[in-house]
Design a protein around this ligand. Structure first.
Ligand SMILES: NC(=O)c1ccc[n+]([C@@H]2O[C@H](COP(=O)([O-])OP(=O)(O)OC[C@H]3O[C@@H](n4cnc5c(N)ncnc54)[C@H](OP(=O)(O)O)[C@@H]3O)[C@@H](O)[C@H]2O)c1
Length: 275
């Protein structure tokens, strides 16, 4: 199967490399295009067999499966250019959350899907969120599920939980890295530990936590219960969280959803369908 990636920024590059390194797609079967060429040329330098295309249309016309990995505001322009060159058996996959599969379907004469990736897919881990257009064939649903499963845990979601699911799987790594950094900064401020040691210990603790969860021996609640011995030191720390954390995460999700709502309103002016 020939696969196109249009837009080789952060996420386009992660998908290209994850597909090649997981042996899901051979480099020689990939057609890539980026608006400004240096980013795509750098990928070609790393994977010489990859085909560097000179337009979105060339990439799409030479592929069966086409990933469009541009920012939401650029999606309508790219899809409009592609629409008249696509045929019914092809499949276009968008990776952006504020455009629904119904909106993709309204514009394109082919199969459509959405795959929202996460930076964790770079190491074939974490989740990718799937949604399929109503008219997407079973053949394409299966192929995309398989491809997504090669680089992640592929989970299908309803459109009405798109933002919160993306907050958790795609923004989550940034949110938890931010919290971990605040944890490290406080350790350095309040004790004699130096920043480097605090960082190394924290990173190794997070890797261990991930491995424990991966092993299936613990869930988040059972793990807390195990470490948090009654009357012990961890419990004193947890008490501070209980008193101080308040509704901070509620406000985080309200903020992301407000921004998402603004983006949807802006994008709905370009598409005929509502989100
Ligand atoms: N970042 C994340 O963690 C994440 C997670 C899940 C989903 N997403 C979604 O992924 C999408 C891309 O995000 P990103 O972080 O990868 O952004 P990015 O790094 O800015 O990449 C977007 C790329 O699209 C290229 N582009 C723009 N218009 C184009 C066109 N007409 N034809 C070909 N290429 C074009 C840009 O090229 P130039 O070099 O010319 O600017 C840029 O390289 C967004 O829609 C975002 O919602 C991101």
């Amino acid at each position: 199967m020939k696969v196109a990636v249009i837009g080789t920024g952060n996420m386009g590059t992660i998908l290209i490399e994850a597909f090649i390194l997981s042996d899901s797609v051979l480099a020689k079967n990939m057609n890539i295009y980026n608006r400004t060429q240096p980013k795509a040329q750098a990928i070609k330098a790393k994977y010489p067999n990859i085909h560097l295309c000179s337009s979105e249309i060339e990439a799409a016309q030479n592929s069966e499966l086409i990933f469009v990995c541009v920012k939401p505001g650029e999606m309508h322009t790219v899809l409009s250019k592609l629409a008249e060159h696509l045929y019914a058996d092809q499949c276009v996959v968008s990776i952006t959350s504020p455009i629904s599969v119904a909106q993709l379907e309204e514009m394109l004469p082919c199969n459509t899907a959405r795959l929202i990736p996460s930076i964790t897919n770079k190491v074939f881990s974490g989740v990718s969120l799937l949604s399929f257009g109503e008219n997407c064939s079973n053949k394409w649903r299966e192929a995309i599920r398989q491809l997504a499963s090669n680089i992640s845990e592929a989970i299908e979601i309803d459109n009405n939980i798109t933002r919160i699911s993306s907050d958790i799987v795609s923004c989550g790594p940034a949110f938890f890295s931010y919290l971990a950094q605040a944890f490290i900064n406080a350790a350095v401020e309040e004790t004699k530990i130096d920043p480097n040691t605090a960082t190394v210990l924290t990173e190794k603790m997070l890797i261990g936590l991930g491995d424990l969860l991966r092993s299936g021996q613990y869930t988040l609640p059972t793990l807390q219960e195990k470490v948090c011995v009654k009357g012990g030191i961890t419990g004193e720390g947890i008490k501070v969280f209980e008193q101080e954390l308040g509704d901070v995460f509620n406000r985080v999700f309200l903020a992301t959803h407000e921004k998402f709502g603004d983006e949807i309103t802006k994008l709905e002016k370009q598409f005929e369908h509502k989100y």
